[in-house]
Ligand binder design. Structure first.
Ligand code: AKB
Length: 330
């Protein structure tokens, strides 16, 4: 088997995707890479981050030659390309966001073309914009995003389609919603509140949310997202009619609903609102719920977690994690 390379492996998705791929395909089949240095194996068991003991490469995806060298050195056959800035931070640094999010993907697709690799690209609900229908957003619809993050995501979908059509690169992708996880924190996203809220609820019984109470967005629990990525990459190619940009979702929720669900486990939990105008404007330009029928039809996609089961699992895991950290505190 040719090896699997994961870029951005120390980020929110990579920290859970790398162990899942290693469990499925074997530890020596997966190369984790990131622009940051990997944790030692001792630390990684606490954070869930890929350990320096598995194959790990320092990699800046904007460095074309370095990326090519790593792909050749390890005989990589599949690249999960996760290295990218999230929406809010991309809006702070739009020029850098374009060069990393689009330049990095271009380099990955070129390396794939030259070396016969398959590519996974995470698009996002951010690929839609204010003129897109906001409820049950269709698989094929208007895409005129107003953020640099979204502009790079739509361009990434088109670029991946081009490489598939023109050069036969087996590129595939998902339009991911906000991801809720308890391993590594997200950084700089518009949907990050849905992770922060759990830590603050367990620690302080209080959370100040940066989005308005009724801001409805699609979300998914990370175990479902990891499974979706792996299932899409293993799906029969002839059935993939929208290969680079499948809408997927598990739940469409607003902060006030998530807070209500948390209160079932922590009755004294209080949420209040300190709205961040930048992130609110981004959220207001995104769909409230997407239609993921095409993913169901083409490769049998179905989420396992809903709001209730995700909340229960998150609270259990966040409690365990914070207890463990307290035990290890000096
Ligand atoms: C973000 O908020 O930037 C991401 C996304 C929905 O793409 N989580």
């Amino acid at each position: 088997m040719r090896k699997i390379l994961v870029t951005g492996a120390l980020g929110q998705i990579g920290c859970e995707l790398v162990p899942a791929l290693r469990q499925h395909f074997g530890a020596d089949q997966v190369i984790a890479s990131d622009i940051r240095m990997a944790h030692s194996s001792r630390t990684s068991s606490n954070t869930g981050a890929p350990s320096a003991d598995g194959d790990y490469e320092y990699l800046d995806c904007t460095q074309t030659q370095h990326l090519q060298d790593i792909v050749r050195l390890h005989d990589v056959g599949t690249i999960y390309h996760l290295a990218a800035l999230l929406s809010a931070v991309a809006e702070e640094k739009p020029q850098f966001a374009w060069s990393l999010n689009m330049g990095g993907l271009y380099n990955v697709l070129e390396a794939a073309r030259r070396n016969g690799c398959a590519v996974f690209f995470p698009s996002s609900i951010g690929a839609f914009g204010p003129t897109t229908p906001r409820d049950h957003t269709p698989q094929v619809t208007i895409q005129r995003p107003t953020t640099m993050y979204g502009v790079a995501k739509v361009s990434g979908e088109l670029m991946s389609d081009y490489y598939a059509l023109r050069f036969g690169v087996d590129s595939r992708g998902l339009r991911l919603p906000g991801l809720i996880s308890n391993t590594a924190p997200p950084g700089g996203g518009t949907t990050d509140y849905a992770v922060d809220i759990f830590y603050q609820a367990v620690r302080y019984r209080h959370y100040a949310c940066f989005l308005r109470p009724d801001t409805r967005l699609d979300m998914m629990y990370m175990p479902d997202a990891i499974r979706a990525m792996m299932e899409l990459m293993q799906a029969e190619p002839s059935g993939l009619h929208h290969r680079n940009a499948y809408n997927v979702t598990a739940m469409s929720i607003a902060p006030e609903e998530l807070a209500g669900q948390i209160r079932k486990h922590i009755p004294e939990f209080i949420i209040d609102y300190e709205v961040d105008p930048v992130r609110q404007a981004i959220a207001d330009s995104w769909p409230r719920s997407v239609d993921d029928q095409a993913a169901h039809a083409d490769w049998n996609w179905a989420p396992k977690y809903d709001l209730e089961t995700m909340t229960e699992d998150m609270i259990t895991k966040v409690r365990q994690k914070l207890n463990k950290e307290n035990l290890h505190a000096p």
